[in-house]
Design a protein around this ligand. Sequence first.
Ligand SMILES: [Ca+2]
Ligand SMILES: [Ca+2]
Ligand SMILES: [Ca+2]
Ligand SMILES: [Ca+2]
Length: 256
Amino acid sequence: MTARKAGRLIGMTIIGVVAFGMALWVALGQPGIGLGSGSGTGYRDSDLDSNVPPGYTQCKGTCPGGYFDDNIELFLGTNPLDPCANTTTANDEADDKWPPDFNDDRTANVLDVIMAFGDRMDTCQGNPQYLRRSDLNADTCITQADADIFRPYLLTTCQELFPDPDNDAFPTMYEVAMGTDPADACPDNPNDAAWPPDINNDTTVNVLDALLFSPVLNQCWPSSLYNPRFDINADRCIDQTDMYIVGKYMLTNCTP
Ligand SMILES: [Ca+2]
Ligand SMILES: [Ca+2]
Ligand SMILES: [Ca+2]
Ligand SMILES: [Ca+2]
């Protein structure tokens, strides 16, 4: 191949990668789109953490006032893989894990009500008082319907049942399923799978990781193309929800 041809090919490849990356970026930036309203009807339940102890029957389809689908949690910004805060100290964690627990102290009480709904009731996206975190049914407005979802959890607590010893926000049970190291939060070399969203183990989550999804996207177990490394929420299908979770970490990096 001549140098010019090679240069042109590389140029086109780069344009292709950038275009795909931009499309992906747009898609990844919109986990809330199309969620609809609170019942949960209309999307597959991929709520492995269930926000209830293991052994409970996961809700399928309609979950009135019940469990939180992974896509709802992605919309809210809570961790879809972990049902309970690490500590009982309020506001000491980077992420909320249990949607009704707004101050991450493992109890849903009046403090959470004030934090969630205090001056936000009857506001919609676009209003400065609107906050996605309080929009428990992901319908882009904070209304009585969201308070109704919260109510059954009032004065209840959650238990930490999904330990995450390396504190990388991916509990051990998920890391074991993915084949990443549950005791290491960052790859030491390209063969050291340690940080789930960093598919190519180069310590950065970027479009290169996202591109690796394309051959396995929409593959479910027992398809021969199904690869558990990409099934971030361990629901046996590799789909947009897994990409959204990776998308949360887009353009971030870890330090080995
Ligand atoms: Ca709380
Ligand atoms: Ca890890
Ligand atoms: Ca990477
Ligand atoms: Ca999945």
